[in-house]
Design a protein around this ligand. Structure first.
Ligand SMILES: [Zn+2]
Length: 228
């Protein structure tokens, strides 16, 4: 059956790569954006055209966005615009009379909390992932200490390859497993191995003690346990 192992390995690797490419189509969209927080009309004369009360001074919040969701604020800035002469000035270019108005605005207006929305979402996702990982670890410990026929163990070999063991029977503390004849070089390739069905496993069984299985789980040789 395992006559052409190198070819089989190549095919598995190819499949793994294709699976990975599907995942890679998800791109991270991020960048800088700015939002107008507040604006105030300067009651004095425009320093460019001399018109009274035509200059509006705006307070702008700069932030980093991830998928257009405000992730973290990265400081404030200001901009002035005269409605008469259309002169636009950045904060650095403003005369002191304008920056005084800006400074008051900046003191009055706090950074909105939603500027941290993305960071909060990320923290929740990470917490959920960590929680799920802990739950999965507990589940695996339960399953491995009481194995059942048909259980599938995801194995990481000493060579850094991935394969599967299937429980064929249990007798006392001894667990009989059949080894999958295929290996893959990426963990994501294991789903492909599972699809190959029962015939992909060796006929002859290997004996493992329950305590050995527990140790393999603790050592990370068994990375997951599947029970139908
Ligand atoms: Zn003007």
């Amino acid at each position: 059956m395992a006559a052409n192992v190198p070819l089989i390995k190549k095919l598995c690797t190819l499949q793994t790569r294709l699976t990975l490419n599907q995942h890679q189509t998800v791109m991270l969209v991020y960048g800088r954006k700015a939002k107008l927080l507040a604006a105030e009309t300067y009651t004095g004369k425009c320093t460019n055209c001399g018109m009274l009360a035509t200059v509006q001074i705006s307070l702008v919040q700069k932030y980093l966005h991830v998928f257009w969701l405000p992730f973290v604020p990265i400081g404030k800035t200001g901009v002035s615009k005269c409605s008469n002469c259309k002169q636009v000035l950045k904060l650095k270019e403003m005369p002191v009379a304008y920056t005084d108005v800006y400074d008051v605005l900046k003191q009055q207006v706090k950074t909105p909390l939603y500027m941290y929305s993305g960071a909060v979402v990320l923290a929740i996702i990470i917490s959920a992932a960590v929680y799920e990982d802990i739950q999965n670890g507990k589940k695996n410990t339960l399953l491995i200490t009481a194995p059942q026929k048909g259980d599938v163990f995801e194995i990481k070999t000493e060579e850094g390859q991935y394969t599967l063991y299937k429980v064929d029977g249990i007798h006392g503390d001894t667990v009989f497993v059949r080894q999958n004849q295929y290996e893959t070089d990426k963990e994501s390739g294991l789903s492909g191995l599972k699809q190959k069905g029962d015939t992909a496993y060796t006929r002859e069984t290997m004996e493992l003690l329950k305590q050995t299985l527990k140790k393999m789980l603790d050592d990370g040789e068994i990375i997951d346990v599947d029970r139908q």
